[in-house]
Design a protein around this ligand. Structure first.
Ligand code: WT7
Length: 646
């Protein structure tokens, strides 16, 4: 193993950060030896109506039950908004930077309080009650945060659907959680292009029933169809309600939100997060991992449609009373300097983005970065997929001028918050490694049989005990929760990721070991793309795998067998790509489609995906044993007709 370069903790960081290495070690050991005491203490970082007396009540076998702070009561919106108004109501809570660089807005905590309460009253007016599910399909505008916090305030459970998902995907998510209210916008605006959100909602609602109210925020002002009785403009509803709405007293384990995410099989799962443990964990990781302090201008470039936006644009930062920047646009509009210009414009001190964006901007050259100052930056973060050392080094040298530590944060929708990451004042950095576990997190590496491996090793990553931010169930399907995460390795949470641990105890995530692929930091189930493909009338069979892609991390490679009598050409390829975009959304567009007369199958008919992966990876030399195939000759055809990387 080639020894990676090591970056020492800069002296001023070791001296001034919340934790240096010695303190990290001490706190980590305390958190593992007595989780009850550790989390009992840190639970106090949020405010409670009724304080908790019971801290941890969790088990992963023989069934799964996860409860934290279970007899306490609180409210997430109170913690993220109200309590800050008294102390620093004039502080900016949200800096909104529009798609167009001439548009931005500062929203103080006092204004946020008023907006959230008004939105809460609008939802109440539409009949939303505690426990009801509300689907949010909004672009990155402040109303997205207002709507989330309004739900939290009245005890409604939000389910945000990323604006890039198709009407079909939206419809599936609305039905699964039984939402009666949908919040959307006339259109979204990204990179100068309009996204027809309201029209997508109309198309989705033509397929599913149960929605009695659609609340439409005007973003572009484009004319949209409004169904009488069902659809209302937010501004009209808001004009008739007050901006005072009391907080619902919520039990610690009452649901806060559902967020759908892809797995290796079946439809996307509704990951359910609850109130208190989630908030404690999101806020605490936000403070320590980013060494957040009053006065920081913190910018996470994610979309609120993903968990990163939930935990590290809205809930974590606002719970800490931070100033959080919300960006509507994209990294390369109007130019490839946009990120760096926004950093200068708003004097951003902490910047958190995804490797796929870094790689794309790297390709645009150093000049686009160097012409900006970035002197305000003190810390950089990375999330969503493994960051290759070249991109890490570029991020460190060019964006951070060698000055800013990088926190490579590993976590998942399911984990609620960061589980493995450097702490900037404590951890020596190795480019490409997420380094060490956060407090209270017990990572283990196991082999296929479930044996726990010691020392330097490689295998599957599991977590041996619960942490407060952990998901509690799959909405409506607790059995699936158990089967997916707790059945592979008894008594442990299985992450789905492969991982290596080095001599220093550092963790290196090697990527998914299941049929989940990570395309530009977006998680896709290969089974979902396959089922979209076979829904096309000319497709008889499809197998989808990931392959290494320079910018996206992984690209989508689809092997497609057509119905007898059909033949594949460029036109059909384009049509299938468009078809999948319409069925799932643009993020699921196949990069390469290979028409294959036959797929490699075992004699019992199971597709051997390992072989398909190898071919897509150009790794023909190590196909392994193909003698068990029903028809070994299909492999030659597959190799001969392999599609070239674009
Ligand atoms: C999967 C989770 C984390 C929130 C956004 C994505 C991969 C995530 C890293 C990282 C290596 C990473 C894993 C994980 N992943 N962060 N720092 N290094 N891999 O959440 O959509 O639930 O995806 O993203 O494979 O399992 P998600």
């Amino acid at each position: 193993m080639s020894e990676a370069k090591i970056y020492d903790v800069p002296r001023e960081w070791a001296e001034e950060a919340y934790v240096d290495n010695a303190r990290y070690q001490a706190m980590y050991e305390a958190s593992i030896s007595d989780p009850e005491a550790f989390w009992g203490e840190h639970g106090k970082r949020i405010g409670w109506f009724e304080p908790y007396t019971r801290v941890k009540n969790t088990r992963f076998e023989p069934d799964v039950s996860i409860r934290w702070y279970e007899d306490g009561t609180t409210n997430v919106a109170w913690n993220c908004v109200d309590r800050h108004v008294a102390e620093h109501g004039d502080r900016t809570a949200i800096i909104w930077e529009g798609d167009d660089p001439s548009e931005s807005r500062h929203i103080s905590y006092r204004e946020l309080a008023s907006e959230v309460q008004r939105f809460a009253n609008v939802l109440k007016g539409e009949g939303v009650k505690k426990g009801d599910r509300v689907t949010i399909y909004l672009p990155m505008i402040p109303e997205a945060a207002f709507a989330m916090l309004a739900c939290a305030r009245i005890g409604a459970v939000h389910s945000i659907v990323f604006g890039g998902f198709s009407p079909d995907s939206l419809a599936g998510r609305i039905t699964d959680c039984g939402s009666t209210v949908v919040i959307t916008a006339d259109e979204g605006l990204r990179g100068g292009k309009r996204v027809p959100l309201k029209a997508n909602v109309d198309a989705a609602l033509a397929k599913v029933g149960g929605v009695s109210s659609v609340v439409v925020v005007k973003r572009t002002g484009a004319p949209v169809a409004m169904a009488t009785g069902r659809d209302h403009f937010y501004a009209d509803l808001a004009a008739n309600v007050s901006d005072e709405c009391p907080c619902e007293e919520m039990a610690a384990e009452d649901p806060l939100f559902i967020l759908y995410t892809s797995g290796s099989t079946g439809k996307p799962k509704g990951v359910l997060h609850t109130t208190a443990g989630y908030l404690v964990y999101a806020a605490m990781t936000h403070q320590y991992v980013f060494d957040y302090r009053a006065g920081d201008i913190y910018w996470c470039t994610a979309d609120v449609g993903w968990v990163t936006g939930h935990s590290y644009i809205v809930y974590g930062p606002l719970c800490n009373g931070a100033t959080t920047l919300m960006f509507e646009g994209v990294p390369n509009y109007p130019s490839v300097s946009r990120f760096w210009e926004v950093i200068d414009k708003h004097q951003v001190t902490i910047f958190y983005t995804a490797p796929t964006a870094i790689r794309a901007l790297m390709g645009a050259g150093e000049e686009a970065v160097k012409k900006t100052s970035r002197a305000s930056l003190r810390l950089l973060g990375s999330v969503g997929e493994p960051i290759n050392p070249e991109a890490w080094e570029w991020y460190h040298r060019v964006v951070g001028d060698h000055r800013c530590p990088i926190v490579d944060t590993w976590w998942q929708t399911e984990t609620g918050g960061i589980l493995i990451s450097p702490l900037p004042g404590a951890t020596r950095l190795k480019p490409g490694s997420a380094t060490r576990p956060f407090f209270g997190v017990r990572p283990e590496i196991v082999d296929a049989e479930g044996n726990v491996l010691e020392g330097a090793c490689e295998g599957n990553l599991v977590i041996a005990d619960s942490w407060p931010g952990q998901m509690r169930t799959v909405y409506g399907d607790h059995q699936r929760f158990f089967d997916t995460y707790f059945s592979a390795y008894k008594g442990k949470y299985f992450t789905g990721d492969g991982c290596r641990r080095d001599e220093d105890g550092y963790y290196w995530i090697t990527g998914r070991v299941d049929d989940v692929i990570n395309v530009s930091g977006h998680r896709m189930g290969t089974a979902e793309v396959e089922s979209a493909l076979v829904a096309h009338e000319l497709v008889s069979e499809a197998a989808v795998v990931g392959y290494p892609h320079d910018l996206k991390g992984q690209g989508i490679y689809a092997y497609v067998t057509l119905m007898a009598g059909s033949s594949g050409d460029e036109t059909l390829r384009k049509e299938l790509v468009g078809w999948v975009r319409r069925e799932i959304g643009p993020i699921a567009s196949p990069d390469l489609i290979q028409f294959a007369p036959g797929l490699p199958k075992t004699r019992s008919g199971k597709i051997m995906r390992r072989i398909l992966r190898k071919i897509a990876e150009d790794d023909f030399g190590s196909l392994g044993d193909i003698s068990t195939l029903a028809d070994p000759t299909v492999v030659e055809d597959l190799i001969a007709n392999r599609q070239n990387k674009p």
